[in-house]
Design a protein around this ligand. Structure first.
Ligand code: PEP
Ligand code: MG
Length: 786
């Protein structure tokens, strides 16, 4: 206690960073009775640490000893953002000593990172000559010391900016911006452009291609526009722009229809209808005559439409307001001759966007996209999941990428490790091309084995199914050999066509999918919009906490008509027998009961109408909210199967928004708390005798697979392309070993420990040397300490 109070006191009186750090290391060394206490601070690139103050090491080495993140035990603490506590440091494979510090004499080490807003900015370390095991109490107070110092370091750097040369200011500005700390005032941009970036690895695969910056839509409200002085000229130009927009939309619609089918093309059909609407065109003409200003005319007419549509109760009409707005923008772009916005995307483009949104997949020319990179968002946002499903390599949360890229320049994106290189040299391109080829060959090898069942070495069967969202995904299921569909996300269809299809259309679609897969099971999930899956007209944009708001099953129960139509459509498809109905985000028994009642009523309707359906259609629920896991035994008595949605379960258990990159370092489905809830759900399912699957992204996390198998999950459902990889891991495992791992993981105190257990198993079964997946697994296993 006194140590912390004294550090707090030093910190409170701090007016000179060097002096403060010196005082802190003196004090900590004395109070913890350590031979050494040092502080290492990050350099501008945030990837290196420099010894900045020490008590006990050679004082001459301050400012001279520098080590990269991940190197040595100190570098490891920064890389992992976790304390490293080691009794015999020299025996650790990461141990590295710097002769200039005289460090080789020390045996034990405790190092904790200094973290500001999730970004490591330094490391505080103590070392002792005699071996010492630091008790958890010491580790905790040492961590608190680091927390006290971290803001002082950051503030000192901020204040120092005032006194810096312009060059130094630029560098500090970049560093602070990278740390998520907004700068007041203008910090000039660095003259030397950053060309290497790292974000969150989101969808595996390597792409090399030209950058295509996703244009931010024109904001008609903000736009400045100078009209011509002649009203009829203004009208002529506006109508010509309208015409151009119309014929371009026609082309796009045809194109999209032939490539992705009518679901996607429907968006464009709606837009064409608006442009062809006589009333719309007449109103525009009248307005432009009156205002003598095309922009004003567009704004006025669009405003009137928007108000009218928004006043309509029915969500199908309300969402037309957004379409009108989109169309208006398109016309204005033509009028302004903003040709670059209309340039078709080059083949093999690397799309750079603010965020990856599900809607992008409906609007972009998907087959031309080689990779997607986004400044914001995380690997488990829905847009990211869609990228994975469509097998488009993706990296998210890449700070500064939008400002740095130049449209058309060549870039390399490695979706497997999150690296991005802008304008790379030939050597790098050749290196990545080789890796690309290796990747393609590996996938081919694995796909060739698609007929093998998912089974452990000792014959324990694990069903490996796919998560899909579009009819066009069906070919991926065949290609990669999935045992069925573990999760059909119906919302992608709805988002793509920007409206909910009629019951008839849905029934046809679900039947088509079920028949294509028969006799393999097809699990159709009812609409799961809201949260980050925004659906105009149904979801409420004004919700303060959309992830905790009216999303998913809550929304379906609120819009009973839409929900009934979907249930009936699923029932109709169930006549093919292999269909299961899955209810998302159940958080209370009452929701399950209400949904079941609606299913029963829908069955009665169909029966009356003489329409066939499977009377015993299995009705399952997703366990993706902690409350559901906690009452899993009660829920299991009233449903036919469980499917664990770990993407949301992790988000809600750890209170970490799955789409927020600022907290993505806290998001880990291998957190012991999440494992505890999975375990509880598995047990509840087993005692009720119902099947249980897991369909979150965790299902394809290599470190998680041994543990999930060991916990008793019977079905893993993941992106189609991940199925062969997961199958390969399952094949290498022994069920009894996996069960033992799972038991140990349940006792673990941190996600890092759990990861290490998974990693150790993958190494032990030889997967690290696997000729196809070894090269991907090796860095994952090594980073997890296995
Ligand atoms: C999940 O939450 O794990 C899940 C599979 O559902 P979604 O990612 O669509 O929310
Ligand atoms: Mg979910």
């Amino acid at each position: 206690m006194t140590l912390l109070a004294d550090v707090a006191e030093i910190v409170a009186r701090s007016h000179d960073l060097d002096e403060t750090l010196r005082n802190v290391v003196d004090l900590v060394a004395k109070r913890l009775d350590a031979d050494v206490c040092s502080v290492y601070l990050t350099s501008v690139d945030l990837r290196h640490l420099t010894l900045s103050a020490t008590k006990g090491l050679n004082p001459e080495s301050v400012g001279r000893v520098t080590l990269p993140f991940g190197e040595g035990l100190v570098g490891l603490a920064a890389e992992l953002r976790e304390p490293i506590v080691i009794e015999h440091a020299r025996e650790h494979p990461k141990f590295r000593y710097f002769p200039e510090t005289g460090e080789e004499r020390f045996e034990s080490l405790m190092a904790v990172p200094l973290i500001v807003r999730g970004v490591p900015i330094g490391v505080l370390a103590v070392q002792t000559r005699a071996p010492r095991s630091f008790p958890p109490r010491d580790v905790q107070s040492f961590q608190t010391c680091a927390q006290l110092i971290a803001p002082v370091v950051m503030n000192a750097r901020l204040l120092a900016i005032v006194d810096q040369s312009e060059e130094e200011r630029e560098r500090l500005g970049t560093q602070l911006a990278v740390s998520g700390i907004p700068m007041r005032g203008r910090v000039p941009l660095s003259r030397e452009r950053q060309t290497e970036f790292r974000g969150s690895a989101t969808a595996r695969g390597i792409a090399i291609g030209p950058i295509y910056v996703l244009p931010t839509p024109l904001d008609l409200a903000e736009l400045e526009y100078t009209p011509s002085t002649d009203a009829s000229r203004e009208e002529h130009d506006l109508l010509a722009a309208l015409h151009e927009a119309r014929s371009e939309l026609d082309d796009t619609r045809e194109d999209v229809d032939s490539r992705f089918g009518p679901d996607f093309a429907a968006v464009f059909q709606t837009h064409i209808q608006i442009l062809e609407d006589k009333g719309f065109v007449a109103k525009l003409s009248a307005e432009v005559q009156q205002t003598r200003n095309a922009l004003l005319a567009l704004r006025n007419v669009l405003g009137a439409y928007r108000r009218t549509f928004e006043g309509i109760e029915d969500p199908y009409f309300r969402e037309r307001a957004d379409d009108v707005e989109d169309v208006g923008r398109r016309v204005m772009e033509r009028l302004l001759g903003v040709r670059h916005r209309l340039e078709p995307m080059p083949e093999g483009s690397i799309v750079v966007a603010d965020n990856i949104l599900p809607g992008h997949f409906a609007r972009l020319e998907i087959e031309k996209i080689a990779a997607i990179v986004s400044e914001h968002g995380g690997p488990t946002s829905h847009g990211a999941i869609f990228a994975r499903t469509l097998e488009i390599p993706a990296v998210t949360g890449v700070v500064g990428i939008q400002a740095a890229v130049r449209p058309g320049e060549i870039a390399i994106v490695d979706g497997g490790d999150g690296h991005i290189h802008l304008s790379p040299d030939e050597r790098l391109i050749t290196e990545y091309r080789r890796a690309q080829q290796r990747y393609a060959v590996a996938i081919q090898h694995l796909d060739a084995l698609r007929e093998r069942p998912g089974e452990t070495r000792d014959g324990h069967r694990i069903s490996l199914t796919a998560n899909v969202g579009l009819v066009s995904d069906l070919r991926l299921i065949e290609q990669h050999g999935a045992d069925g569909i573990g999760l059909f996300r119906t919302e992608l269809l709805v988002l793509a066509r920007r409206g909910f299809p009629e019951e008839e259309e849905q029934a046809q679609l679900y039947t088509q999918v079920a028949q294509a897969l028969a006799p393999r099971p097809v699990t159709i999930r009812t609409l799961d919009v809201g949260g980050d899956k925004d659906l105009a007209g149904l979801t409420d944009h004004a919700e303060e906490n959309p992830q905790l708001g009216c999303r998913s099953i809550r929304l379906s129960l609120e819009h009973e008509g839409v929900f009934r139509a979907q249930i009936r459509a699923i029932l109709r498809a169930s006549a093919s027998c292999n269909v299961r109905l899955l209810l998302p985000m159940i958080s209370a028994l009452s929701e399950l009961r209400t949904a079941r009642r609606l299913v029963e009523e829908s069955k009665a309707d169909l029966e009356r109408a003489g329409i066939p359906f499977a009377r015993a259609l299995p009705i399952g629920i997703m366990i993706e909210v902690p409350s559901a896991a906690l009452i899993a035994d009660t829920l299991a008595r009233e449903c036919d199967f469980f499917s664990i949605g770990t993407n949301d379960l992790t988000q809600y258990t750890l209170a970490v928004d799955r789409g927020n990159e600022r907290v993505s370092h806290l998001y880990d489905p291998l957190h012991p708390a999440v494992l505890a809830l999975i375990d509880r759900s598995v047990r509840a399912a087993a005692s009720a005798g119902i099947p249980i699957s897991l369909c979150g992204e965790m299902a394809s996390n290599p470190l998680a697979v041994p543990l999930l198998v060991g916990l008793g999950i019977e079905e893993l459902s993941c992106a189609p392309s991940a199925v062969p990889v997961v199958k390969e891991i399952v094949h290498a495992l022994d069920y009894s070993d996996a069960a033992a791992d799972a038991r140990r993981a349940r006792q673990a105190g941190s996600a890092a420990e759990v990861q290490a257990i998974g990693a150790a198993r993958l190494r032990q079964v030889g997967l690290i040397d696997h000729s196809d997946i070894g090269p991907w697994l090796r860095p994952i296993i090594e980073a997890a300490g296995g």
